[in-house]
Design a protein around this ligand. Structure first.
Ligand code: PLP
Length: 346
């Protein structure tokens, strides 16, 4: 049976040039970048070349980037590392953040949920784009606070600016890069201390660097201009799918339809159905979709990212997330619409 992948916000297939870069690095550049011999020096050179290229793409200085294994890890290092300086002062946090961000904040004593009054806040945490709804969020004003941006979903789908934040995280596997490579960006002067001791990454993240994954990430970053264009081109396809679904029943809605959104994401509220059963039926019919963030799939708790927008728990359980990959053909979207119509009619 032909398979159709509509879960780009969970992960993306690595680009062929990424697969080749990872393969070549594993075969030829397996030296430890910390070693002083020639194999190590070669690995160090490639590592720093990749850092320079990625930094240039983001418009930051190479030394400000820390390579991590995942955005989850980067968020933990970032937020745990800010705790010693800021942990006993108020933190202002968007309640729809990914659990990778909320978990390391759980034991901050002064947690307040946006849009609370920013006065006195030492930390401000606002994701650039929601993984579940695709809604884009500007950075709120909080004078004097360290501003944290989770760019895991926005990267490669819309232009990302770091002008209004002081630290940010990025994930390679959401942009056609490999698993195992992600970024933590730290603006110089941030009151941050390392929590994973070790000599690597200028003592900011211990552990031998995963050079193949990092070189694969650099390839994905080199392909970002085409990826951004490919994602932008998805909006009309996504909009047509939504228009069709909305035409089937007055009980159906699209979350965030009237707000600035990622061009590839559709959060379909299908009242009268559970997202989980629709997702399973679609999977059996050949279509990979999601009920929310991948991390929540299988969990019975409705997504906090949806209830935080004011939807009831039953409504949050009715959400099906469709997230398109760049290059998705109109015929594939039409096939999904036809399958979804059949599933909903059962
Ligand atoms: N932040 C957001 C908004 C995400 O969507 C995800 C993954 O779904 C993460 C963080 C975690 O990224 P990673 O899989 O690289 O740990």
């Amino acid at each position: 049976m032909e398979r159709y992948y509509f879960d780009a916000n969970a992960t993306t297939p690595p680009l062929p040039r990424v697969v080749e870069a990872v393969r070549a690095a594993m075969a030829e550049s397996w030296g430890n970048p910390t070693s002083t011999h020639r194999e190590g020096q070669r690995a160090r050179h490639l590592l720093e070349e990749a850092r320079r290229a990625i930094a240039a793409s983001l418009g930051v200085a190479p030394a400000e980037l820390v390579f991590c294994a995942s955005a989850t890890e980067a968020l933990h290092l970032l937020l745990r590392g800010l705790r010693p300086a800021l942990g006993d002062r108020p933190a202002l946090v968007f309640p729809g953040e990914h659990s990778a961000c909320l978990n390391p904040l759980a034991d901050w004593s002064g947690l307040r949920w946006l849009p609370a009054d920013p006065a006195g806040a030492a930390l401000l945490v606002q994701m650039a784009a929601s993984n579940e709804t695709g809604i884009l969020y500007p950075m709120p004003a909080a004078p004097g606070a360290a501003r944290i941006r989770d760019c895991a979903q926005a990267w490669g789908k819309v232009p990302v600016s770091l002008a209004d934040c002081d630290a940010a995280v990025f994930s390679g596997h959401k942009i056609g890069g490999p698993r195992g490579a992600a970024l933590l960006w730290l603006r110089p002067g941030l009151p941050w201390t390392a929590v994973l001791e070790g000599p690597q990454e200028r003592r900011r993240r211990g552990g031998t660097e995963d050079l193949p994954a990092i070189l694969g990430l650099a390839e994905a970053v080199a392909a970002l201009p085409e990826r951004l264009a490919g994602n932008a081109a998805l909006a009309p396809l996504r909009d047509a799918l939504e228009a069709e679904v909305l035409g089937w029943s007055a009980d159906y809605a699209v979350i965030g339809r009237d707000q600035p959104r990622l061009p590839n994401t559709s959060s379909l509220l299908l009242r009268g159905h559970t997202g989980e059963s629709v997702q399973i039926a679609l999977d059996l019919a050949g279509f990979a979709t999601s009920t929310g963030s991948a991390c929540h799939s299988g969990a019975t708790k409705p997504s906090h990212a949806i209830t935080t927008l004011g939807f009831a728990e039953a409504e949050a359980r009715s959400v099906l997330r469709v997230s398109l990959l760049p290059g998705t053909a109109p015929a594939a979207v039409a096939a999904l619409a036809a399958a979804l119509k059949r599933v909903l009619k059962r």
